[in-house]
Design a protein around this ligand. Sequence first.
Ligand SMILES: *Cc1c(COP(=O)(O)O)cnc(C)c1O
Length: 359
Amino acid sequence: MIPMARPLIGPEEEDAVLSVLRSGMLAQGPQIEHFEVAFAALCGVPHAVAVSSGTTALYLALLAHGIGPSDEVITTPFTFIATANSVLMTGARPVFVDIDPVSFNINPALIEAAITPRTKAIIPVHLYGQIAAMDAITEIAKRHGLVIIEDAAQAVGALFHDRPAGSFGTGCFSLYATKNMTSGEGGMITTTNPAVADRLRLLRSHGSRVRYYHEFLGYNFRMTNLQAAIGLTQLGKLAAFNTRRLRNAAFFDQHINHPAVTKPQVQPGMRHVFHQYTLRIRANRDDAARQLAAAGVSTAIFYPLPIPRQPLYREIGYTDKMPVADQMSDEVLALPVHPGLNDADLNQIVNAVNNLCLE
Ligand SMILES: *Cc1c(COP(=O)(O)O)cnc(C)c1O
């Protein structure tokens, strides 16, 4: 079975971890700062703050911008639950705006109608590795004085024209095992604002600048030096990983030609990094998934249930209708596109898709 994801860990990561283990600096240590400096450079910003996960990155980014109870934050219904849950964690209210059916990202034409006097921020998600419509979103945020927090968990290395993901607002990245680069678990927050960076550093470590003196309520959301050693090594391989993902996607673009299957489209000016290669199946999607599994190809559905339809959100009173997100959650099917695929895998995937028998 061709898997959906496989972390590519080599002798470089093994050596990096061993050297941290032998140094005795397991928690704090120099690798964290080296990783932050390199990550900030990748995103073209002066500051990056390493944290324990993508979820804690989003939560701390919201806190660092002062978002809390009685605030509203606009985001997409078609994302991983962490995007919206980070807003709930602060006591603020997520407000959902439907997506564009071609990019799968938040539809900027629908954002302004959702803005109220309580709106403080927008969290666009760069879903599947393609940056959201940041030109229009930046314009709207400026006009209404809103903070932009990018959920760039799936988009490390993506570009819109020459601008990297994480450089349009406060950028939040995940370094979970299946993302385009990993530290096992981990997260990174990018910003051009030194005051925000300073606040983030205190928030991740109990509000403490000087040991055992605490300025405000903070957390332990630190990254370990072991994770940073893995992440720093992976960062050095990211360009090759992403090139490989783009090549795999180009192969699928060229060879998949089933009439009931719509291939993903890259929007003008975008460098998509294909965290996922997501088809739309205009027929019985779940049957297609079963047939692909029988042909040895794993698939996945990102995401089967838009966030306002999740039991947790129903429970707290959400009844939003999101027609495009609802339709996409019935049609999307992601193929393996990770850099560990070989030529035989790619051919097997293409043949399996082109041979689908769909009503
Ligand atoms: C992975 C992911 C997150 C959460 O990251 P974790 O590191 O798993 O906490 C948030 N948003 C999106 C869109 C993701 O894909």
